[in-house]
Design a protein around this ligand. Structure first.
Ligand SMILES: NC(=O)c1ccc[n+]([C@@H]2O[C@H](COP(=O)([O-])OP(=O)(O)OC[C@H]3O[C@@H](n4cnc5c(N)ncnc54)[C@H](OP(=O)(O)O)[C@@H]3O)[C@@H](O)[C@H]2O)c1
Length: 417
């Protein structure tokens, strides 16, 4: 029997299959607190909205939603304009629905291109809102990343946003939203360039707000259904292993609305994070897919971890098992090596989706099981977290580095030989 005020918990326990739940209404015991209804955001038909990188996945969803809420004029900046079929379709559809869309081909990281795009906006319909969604992904480990991959990913977000900031400093805007990512907040090891770029967006938003300028960095988790992650199963799987949950298109648009609306309030938030809800994290982290939640040990998330564990009544995720304790208590060095080899092979099996029986710990090199740079980054990070061993990538993937040799090295580093 649950009171109506506990409806959320009742629904959760129902979906967990814990039998029948009866809801009763007893306001005297637990009054129900209602949130004040909020007025939905409306856009102006007489303003131009300057959308950068918004002919990609998320931008398409955003533009259609803005139109439904009254926006009529868009200036869109991206390098390939309507070359991609999906981009051409979007522009055609929104024109047919009555919007006026100018598509400017240009690179946001080139100031002259930004200026040219802004000059094309008719003076009678000035820019009132900006969404900066440009991005290019080039994943890889920091130490093995070439300069080109680093700058390719940094340019649209860092230089692109600085250009927008400088070009629009004196423009009276209702909002300036930068689409950032949870990868920046967490510091994802296999996406260092992307994480750094997003951290930059968060910092720039903070700077703009401190100067009295509108801005909010919208920190998104992976989005299901639309956008680059939804179109790339590999990225989606890697993010799931990190304990990051996805939000759907409806949540995405609500997040955009929150990020835009906060900028017109007296105390605006310079960033809005849409991917660290303790209740949802608790569900994800208790699943078997999560094998690389590197951020759980990060002191910055201690408060969050505490909320998650308090809500679930369990100990904080990631804090209950230590393989190092296990090898410290092993009966012999050989038993310790075997414990590490098994532990490591379990991890590799989950990570590479290789059958556990296919491993030959004495003869096959770790590299021969097939690791790409993204998984390699994840594995190195996990090795450091679990075994306290900072092993260079070349050594880990060197010929002759079998699972057993690796296990012996872990034991040696931990004083067991
Ligand atoms: N999708 C997700 O799950 C997710 C999760 C977290 C955060 N985000 C953030 O959301 C934003 C949009 O993501 P998305 O999934 O829609 O990505 P997307 O489909 O790859 O779209 C990004 C767009 O940026 C444009 N672009 C790249 N470099 C540019 C430059 N220098 N100047 C102008 N435009 C440029 C690209 O078009 P051209 O190649 O034609 O220039 C592309 O259409 C990104 O900022 C991303 O970090 C997305």
């Amino acid at each position: 029997m649950r009171n109506l005020a506990e409806l959320d918990n009742a629904v959760a326990s129902f979906s967990d299959g814990n039998g029948k739940t009866v809801i009763e209404y007893k306001p005297s015991e637990a009054p129900i607190h209602l949130l004040p209804s909020r007025t939905p955001l409306e856009f102006s038909a007489n303003a131009t909205y300057f959308l950068v990188g918004c002919l990609g996945g998320l931008g398409r969803s955003l533009t259609s939603w803005m139109m439904k809420r009254g926006a009529k004029r868009f200036t869109s900046l991206s390098r390939s304009g309507t070359d991609a079929e999906q981009a051409a379709l979007l522009v055609r559809d929104i024109r047919e629905a009555g919007a006026i869309v100018q598509v400017i081909r240009g690179d946001a990281s080139v100031r002259a291109d930004v200026d040219r795009a802004l000059e094309s906006v008719p003076a009678e319909f000035p820019v009132r809102g900006v969404v900066q969604a440009a991005m290019v992904l080039r994943d890889g480990l920091f130490q093995s990343m070439n300069h080109r991959n680093w700058t390719t990913s940094i340019q649209p977000k860092v230089f692109g946003t600085v250009n927008l900031h400088n070009a629009l400093k004196d423009q009276q805007l209702d909002f300036f939203v930068c689409t950032s990512s949870i990868s920046g907040v967490l510091g994802t090891p296999g996406l260092t360039n992307y994480s750094a770029s997003n951290a930059y967006l968060d910092a720039l938003a903070c700077h703009r707000v401190s100067q009295g300028l509108p801005c909010s960095s919208l920190v998104l988790p992976m989005i299901s259904g639309v956008g680059v992650v939804a179109e790339n199963l590999e990225i989606e799987e890697a993010l799931k292993r990190k304990g990051i949950y996805g939000i759907d298109e409806e949540d995405l648009l609500e997040s955009f609305e929150a990020a835009m609306m906060t900028q017109t309030t007296e105390k605006p938030f310079d960033h809005v994070i849409a991917g660290l809800d303790p209740a949802r994290l608790q569900k994800v982290l208790s699943g078997n897919d999560v094998t690389d939640a590197f951020w759980l040990q990060d002191a910055r998330f201690k408060g969050l971890m505490h909320t998650i564990s308090a809500a679930s009544g369990a100990s904080a995720p990631g804090s209950d098992h230590s393989i190092l304790d296990e090898i410290g208590a092993a009966s012999s060095p050989q038993a310790a090596i075997e414990a590490i080899a098994n532990h490591f092979a379990d991890k590799l099996s989950r990570l590479l989706m290789v059958d556990r029986d296919d491993f030959e710990p004495d003869t096959i090199s770790i590299a021969d099981y097939g690791l790409d740079s993204m998984i390699g980054a994840e594995l190195r990070n996990w090795i450091f977290k679990e075994y306290g061993l900072d092993i260079p990538f070349q050594q880990l993937l060197g010929q002759g580095m079998t699972i057993n040799k690796f296990a012996a090295q872990v034991c040696k580093v931990n004083g067991i030989e």
